[in-house]
Design a protein around this ligand. Sequence first.
Ligand SMILES: *Cc1c(COP(=O)(O)O)cnc(C)c1O
Length: 235
Amino acid sequence: MSEIKERLAHVMDRIEEARKRSPWHQKVTLVAVTKFHPLEDMEEAIRLGVTQVGENRVQEMEQKYKALTLPVTWNLQGHLQKNKVKKAVAMADLIQSGDSVEILQEIDRRAGEIGKVQDALLEFNISGEASKHGIPPEKMEETIRTVKELPHIRVKGLMCMAPNYEDVEKTRPVFRKAHTMWNEMKKEFPEGQISLLSMGMTHDFEIAIEEGANMVRIGTAIFGERQYHQEESKA
Ligand SMILES: *Cc1c(COP(=O)(O)O)cnc(C)c1O
């Protein structure tokens, strides 16, 4: 068995076990995070049944987007620069990193230009870490009010990242708060469009699922450690 096949099978088992432990037994969608991994790894994962991939940088996504011939759902989940939004909107099925009103407005503008309604998540900085992007939780209502006026964005849910605690159990309150906020969001959009609670990465996805995540974004546990080249880490 190839390494990716083996690792992916193990991840799927762990997702299933966590899902059973969760009080909601929710269906969980896996986004395979392919950033810094070659196209061939992405292709292999798709052949093994992965239906969604996630990339962080528009430029890297574009290279793979142009080269890939297999069908897949494209997630963009890295902090977006304003000048990259046009390309992002042209490719992404779901932009998970709606992390400021300014960027959401730009997504709306660029989507409007090509007659698209862009699916997006609101990314919140729940732990308040200075190094993290994301909307502060106390700005949730204000942000929702603004986003509701944007005709070319459809908010589908909430995305967050927990701090990289050594004791992974410490992430639980962060995910719990995210779940509460997600329920608040559902009330703000009574049409039922809020369906995605995207949280959990390699090191904390089981706790995220136990706390209600229905979308996890996993890279390392499937593809191994990322090789950051000097040139790429500058971008
Ligand atoms: C890189 C990244 C992931 C995946 O991280 P792993 O620890 O490799 O699973 C998930 N979400 C976001 C936003 C990321 O930047």
